[in-house]
Design a protein around this ligand. Structure first.
Ligand SMILES: *Cc1c(COP(=O)(O)O)cnc(C)c1O
Length: 385
């Protein structure tokens, strides 16, 4: 789109897309062709072979790049494939500093795959103490990996401060922006270098497609990631790219409802006697509420709380819930409930889980876009003793 930067509600629908020049189709067609005719001898067109570039995937990539305020986007078969592509930027022997409490699959990729296969070294640390982060930098440190808000405790990291620290030492910063979505938080505007998404979550929004995205603001970094992405070949297929693009059409609307529902659910949970504590960046009781206010345009749809009860009581609550479905994942239109200790974070040893604050009585809600009265009524009946 041309002219002044449009509002996000408008960008979600139009960014990166034009009506199809061949037919006038309003929605970009699903281009399944793997190969494209050369314009003349020795002269390939914009598209040549779909691993390198595909028109449907390209529409999605331009759309998210524009939403994030970047110059170039890359769409992958999953969020993990997007993360893996970022690690491919690093030479063997490089060191990465990552936040301690991040997505479990990211921890697995770092520790169980890339330590061995790529010779990378990782240090995990709490990002509340940036002096400690700085003290852990080594001459071979190349990347800082953060996630904010985090899963499942909704910790918030100061992106401007992390980018400033990293750039003083010539280190790249990649931010997993899955929990916020570009509607609520744009790390490139805070000088971070790479934004990563699991588009399986809010971007897709309907729990029906796996995908990942990387966006960069620097064209040279974009060229490097383009070469890695086409070289490794972990790209999104055209059908999946279409589904994510379709999901993004309603992203702004959905985030509004996710947020107002989550805010109401979090505030209600705080009034219940059987709830020990509630974690939601939109609550004044959240330890980084002020930072979240200044860094984000909203607080998202994930709420975690600690039940005053043992594992058995937690199980009973999860089983009694009816509108909330007991399942992994988040960011879809339907409300989900999960138990990090036995589900998403079960591969972390119990002692380490407790150190991170992921206690056995912690319950995580992905608050959907149903009517808030039904969500609160469901929680009310499930929490009744
Ligand atoms: C789901 C998720 C991922 C991984 O994405 P997949 O699409 O499942 O591969 C990474 N980071 C966060 C924060 C996630 O929630």
């Amino acid at each position: 789109m041309s002219g002044s930067r449009k509002k996000f509600d408008t960008l979600c629908i139009h960014a990166g897309q034009t009506t199809d020049p061949a037919t006038g189709a309003v929605m970009p067609p699903i281009y399944t062709s793997t190969t494209f005719e050369h314009e003349a001898f020795g002269q390939a067109g914009e598209y040549a072979y779909s691993r390198g570039a595909n028109p449907t995937r390209g529409a999605l990539e331009r759309c998210v790049a524009e939403l994030e305020g970047g110059v170039r986007g890359f769409a992958y078969a999953s969020g993990m494939a997007a993360t893996a592509a970022v690690l491919e930027l690093l030479e063997a022997g490089s060191h990465v500093i990552a936040q301690q409490a991040i997505y479990g699959g990211t921890l697995r990729l770092f520790n169980q795959v890339r330590r061995h296969s790529a010779g990378l070294d990782f240090t995990f640390v709490d990002f509340f103490d940036l002096q400690r982060v700085e003290s852990l930098l080594r001459p071979e440190t190349r990347l800082i990996w953060v996630e904010t808000p985090t899963n499942p405790l909704l910790d918030v990291v100061d992106l401007t401060a992390v980018a400033e620290l990293a750039h003083r030492h010539d280190v790249l910063v990649c931010v997993d922006n899955t929990f916020a979505s570009p509607i609520l938080q744009r790390p490139l505007e805070r000088a971070c270098d790479i934004v990563m998404h699991s588009s399986t979550k809010y971007l897709g929004g309907h729990s029906d497609v796996l995908g990942g995205i990387n966006v960069v603001a620097d064209p040279e970094l974009g060229r490097q990631i383009a070469a890695i992405t086409s070289g490794v070949g972990s790209v999104a297929g055209p059908f999946d790219a279409y589904l994510v693009l379709r999901g993004i059409k309603t992203l702004a609307l959905r985030m509004e409802r996710h947020e107002s529902n989550a805010q109401a659910v979090a505030a209600w949970l705080e009034t219940r006697e059987c709830v020990q504590s509630v974690r939601y960046p939109g609550l004044p009781s959240h330890p980084q509420h002020a930072l979240a206010r200044s860094q984000m345009d909203g607080f998202g749809g994930v709420v975690s709380f600690q039940l005053d009860g043992d594992l058995k009581a937690v199980g009973e609550v999860l089983e009694k819930l009816q509108v909330f479905t007991m399942a992994e994942s988040l960011g879809g239109v339907e409300s989900l409930v999960g138990h990090p200790a036995t589900m998403s974070h079960s591969n972390i040893p119990a002692e380490q889980r407790r150190e991170l604050g992921i206690n056995d009585n912690l319950i995580r809600l992905s608050v959907g876009i149903e009517h808030v009265d039904d969500l609160i009524a469901d929680l009310d009946q499930a929490l009744a003793r």
